[in-house]
Design a protein around this ligand. Structure first.
Ligand code: AMP
Ligand code: GLY
Length: 428
């Protein structure tokens, strides 16, 4: 098979890496890719939001399968465009992708299907939203409904912050059209867990659970980021709770979408807030997570192409996912200053040495290859990933690799996985 991956982050490098290991795959292309995929696969300079160019290219090169990483092309209808040309694609249609691309749609869908989620209201009018804040004091969460590159949800600890968030989204239009509608919701407490699942339009099968670390600094302090590292499997839901998540969250989405005539095929990602044995949905994503994918795919023992094929062909119920009985940890190395302003173009040292380490792989995100050197080219630069039989050893291996990699102003969290160690200790 000849496969095209759409995207340019660590998630797409991990997808290209896993696809390359499939017994069914000969060639992997990535559009537009990064400095890491340039080595694993062939990069093609097409932007993820140029849907006509992606469709033309995929048809011209006769790809057997296209795997879409980010939400933007899915929301813009890349799956619909590829399918219209008879190309097999893994990723939901634009209509099904509304579960992520419109938080207003997603919340209304959850309410209609009895999926546990925070109390909320949707507004298109600034003054009405402001009035709602008067009767709903902080802590409260103000969200731009549309896609905002992960920055559109603002958790407000004071009433003043909540008014400022509303002003930012609706009056300053900081996220453009994404702020045409605003969701204001109750602030939930607890620990977050990412539940990713494969879906074929009817059947839904969860992957290993992942805990991401969204705050920029150690101890969950500092601004929210796309994710500074994660580990799997996360001991946040026991088997009984996982069955409840399937019955009350994942299956109702897939069944509800099918009933609406917009079958859900692809990855369904539920971000949950867990408190004791209670859980609520914070958000849905219509795609693989980043960095979650970097710890999921190294643990997947089933051939990835066989799973994706089964989803596309509506026979996921015939596939049994096999997972390594191990832990995997990914530490994101970022440019100093991320998620705010940062410098790019520094040469990354130590990658050859780390490439020799066992059970370790460095997934690239914001990197670029130039004259045989690898340069930093984004906020999140690398996802340094390692696996082992237990979590302490996986953490140790990941950080042993991190310590060998250098560039000026590098920044990373030193406590990725620590929450997992604490949970495992508490559970004995
Ligand atoms: P979202 O864009 O909805 O995924 O939200 C991004 C992040 O904001 C989540 O991962 C949480 O950390 C936080 N968040 C979102 N909604 C809530 C909520 N209702 N209560 C507390 N935190 C939230
Ligand atoms: N790591 C969070 C996300 O992929 O949305």
């Amino acid at each position: 098979m000849k496969v095209l991956v759409v995207g340019s982050g660590g998630r797409e490098h991990a997808l290209a890496w896993a696809l390359k290991r499939s017994a069914h795959v000969q060639e992997v292309y990535v559009a537009p890719g990064n400095g890491g995929t340039a080595e694993t696969a062939v990069n093609v300079p097409i932007a993820v939001d140029d849907i006509p160019a992606l469709a033309d290219y995929a048809q011209q090169e006769a790809f057997d399968l296209v795997v879409v990483g980010p939400e933007l092309p899915l929301a813009l209808g890349v799956s619909d465009a590829l399918q219209a040309r008879g190309i097999r694609v893994f990723g939901p249609s634009a209509k099904a992708a509304r579960i992520e691309s419109s938080k207003a749609f997603s919340k209304d869908f959850m309410r209609a299907h009895g999926i546990p989620t925070a109390e909320y209201a949707v507004f298109e009018d600034y003054r009405e939203a402001l009035r709602y804040l008067e009767t709903h004091p902080a802590p409260i969460v103000v969200k731009a409904s549309g896609l905002a590159a992960g920055k559109g949800s603002i958790v407000c600890q004071t009433d003043e912050e909540a008014r400022a968030a509303l002003d930012l989204i609706m009056r300053q239009r900081a996220f453009g059209d994404a702020g045409d509608q605003v969701v204001i919701e109750e602030c939930l407490q607890g620990q977050e867990v990412s539940v990713l699942a494969f879906a074929d339009g009817e059947t839904v099968v969860p992957m290993v659970l992942v805990q991401d670390h969204k705050a920029a600094y150690d101890g969950d302090r500092g601004p929210n980021t796309g994710g500074m590292g994660c580990y799997a499997p996360a001991p946040l839901l026991d088997e009984e709770m996982l069955q409840q998540v399937i019955a009350k969250v994942l299956q109702p989405v897939v069944t509800g979408m099918a009933q609406q005539g917009t079958p859900y095929v692809g990855v369904l990602y539920a971000g949950l807030m867990v408190s004791g044995r209670d859980f609520q949905v914070l958000e849905f994503n219509c795609r693989f997570g980043d960095p979650e994918t970097q710890v999921i795919l190294p643990l997947l023992r089933t051939d990835l192409v066989e799973v994706l094929d089964a989803c596309i062909e509506g026979r996921l119920n015939q596939v049994e996912l096999q997972w390594a009985d191990q832990f995997c940890v990914c530490v994101v190395m970022a440019s100093g200053g991320y998620p705010g302003h940062y410098e790019k173009g520094y040469e990354i040292q130590g990658l050859e040495e780390v490439a020799q380490l066992a059970d370790t792989v460095v997934f690239h995100a914001g990197t670029q290859r130039k004259d045989g050197r690898v340069l930093t080219a984004g906020g999140r630069v690398l996802g340094v990933t390692a696996w082992a039989d237990d979590l302490p050893e996986a953490i140790k291996r990941a950080y042993a690799a991190v310590e060998r990699i250098h560039w000026p102003n590098v920044m990373y969290r030193r406590d990725i996985g620590a929450k997992g160690l604490k949970l495992l200790e508490e559970q004995g």
